[in-house]
Design a protein around this ligand. Structure first.
Ligand SMILES: C[S@@+](CC[C@H](N)C(=O)[O-])C[C@H]1O[C@@H](n2cnc3c(N)ncnc32)[C@H](O)[C@@H]1O
Length: 290
C-alpha cells in the first residue's frame, strides 16, 4: 500500500528540495518549453494528439466550471502552489474575482507577477511566497481554495488539507487535482519514476476522500486517469521529437535524464499503477472545520 507520509521533522528540508527543483534552470526551461509557460499540470485531452498547452487549459476551465456558482467580483480564491499563474489569470479574467496565489518558488512568483502586470491583472491577483502547510491567513477567509498538481510534492498532506479547509468560508469549495497511486500499488513500484520530481510517495483517492470527510466536507472525485496516460505519452513524444531543439535550453545531463525517466511514467501509467483526477469538496454552510 502506498504511504501517505506525515513527518513534520522533514517538511522544511523537503520543501527546500522542492523549491530548488522548481528553481533549477533545467526544470524551468523544460516546463516552459513543453507546457507553453502558463500551466504545469496534467491536461484533459480532446484527443490523443492534442497540444499539451491546450489540454492543460481545459483542466483549468473544467475545474473552474465546478465552482462557478461561487465566483464573481466579490469572491476571493486562494490558489495553493500557483506556479506560473495560469490558473490565477484564468479565474481573474473569467470571473473578475480576486486571487491570492501562493507558491514556494520565488522564481515562479517573480515571473507570475510580471505576466500579471503585462496583462493588467496585478490589481486582482496577489502573489505570495510561502508554504501551503502554514497559511498566513485567518480562518474562513476564502470562497474557493484551488490547487492543481501540488500535493504530490507535500509530505504532510493531512496538514495541507486541514489548512486549506481552515481558511475556507462555510459554504465554500476546495477543488484540487493530484497525481496519485492506485489503491494497491506498492510504493517501491513508483520510486524510479518519482525520483525525478523528488516526491517520496503519492496519496491515493481514498486517502483524500476519507480525510475530506473527516474534516466535515462533502467530496467527490472525478477519475480522469485515462488523461494521465495520454499526458505522459504526449510528454514522452514531445521531448523525444524536440530533443535537438531542447538541447539549446536544457543541459545534456538533464535532457538525458528526462529521456530515460519519461518512458517510466508512460509505463506505470499504462499499467494503471497511478490515478489522476479532480476532487471537488464543499464545506457545509455554517459548518466549522473539525
Ligand atoms: C506541478 S507545479 C503546478 C503549478 C500550478 N498549480 C499549475 O497548475 O500550473 C507545482 C507547484 O507547486 C509549488 N509547491 C510545491 N510544494 C509547495 C508547498 N509546500 N507550498 C507551496 N507551493 C508548493 C511548486 O513551487 C510549483 O510551482
Amino acid at each position: 500500500m502506498t504511504e501517505n507520509a506525515k513527518d513534520d521533522s522533514n517538511t522544511p528540508d523537503h520543501e527546500e528540495a522542492t523549491r530548488r527543483y522548481y528553481e533549477s534552470n533545467d526544470v524551468d526551461a523544460f516546463y516552459d518549453a513543453v507546457w507553453g509557460g502558463e500551466d504545469i499540470h496534467v491536461g484533459l485531452y480532446a484527443h490523443a494528439q492534442e497540444a499539451i498547452a491546450d489540454a492543460s487549459r481545459r483542466t483549468v476551465q473544467h475545474a473552474a466550471d465546478r465552482v462557478e456558482d461561487l465566483l464573481g467580483p466579490d469572491a476571493t480564491v486562494l490558489d495553493l502552489g500557483s506556479g506560473y499563474g495560469g490558473s490565477a489569470r484564468a479565474l481573474a479574467e473569467r470571473f473578475g474575482c480576486r486571487v491570492v496565489a501562493l507558491d514556494l518558488s520565488e522564481g515562479h512568483n517573480r515571473r507570475h507577477r510580471a505576466v500579471n502586470a503585462g496583462r493588467g491583472l496585478d490589481g486582482l491577483i496577489e502573489v505570495v511566497t510561502g508554504s501551503l502547510g502554514h497559511l498566513p491567513y485567518e480562518a474562513e477567509r476564502f470562497d474557493v481554495v484551488w490547487s492543481l498538481e501540488v500535493l504530490c510534492h507535500v509530505t504532510d498532506r493531512e496538514r495541507a488539507l486541514a489548512e486549506a479547509v481552515r481558511v475556507l468560508k462555510p459554504g465554500g469549495a476546495l477543488v484540487f487535482s493530484d497525481i496519485m497511486a492506485a489503491e494497491e500499488t506498492p510504493a517501491q513500484a513508483l520510486r524510479p519514476a518519482l525520483s525525478r520530481l523528488g516526491a517520496e510517495s503519492l496519496a491515493t483517492p481514498s486517502f483524500y476522500l476519507e480525510h475530506l470527510s473527516g474534516l466535515g466536507l462533502k467530496a467527490d472525485f472525478e477519475d480522469h486517469t485515462a488523461d494521465l496516460a495520454i499526458h505522459y505519452a504526449r510528454l514522452d513524444e514531445e521531448v523525444h521529437r524536440r530533443a535537438a531543439e531542447l538541447r539549446s535550453v536544457i543541459s545534456a545531463a538533464y535532457l538525458d535524464d528526462l529521456l530515460a525517466n519519461l518512458p517510466l511514467w508512460t509505463d506505470i501509467t499504462r499499467r494503471r499503477l497511478l490515478r489522476w483526477g479532480l476532487f471537488h469538496a464543499r464545506r457545509g454552510a455554517g459548518a466549522t472545520a473539525s
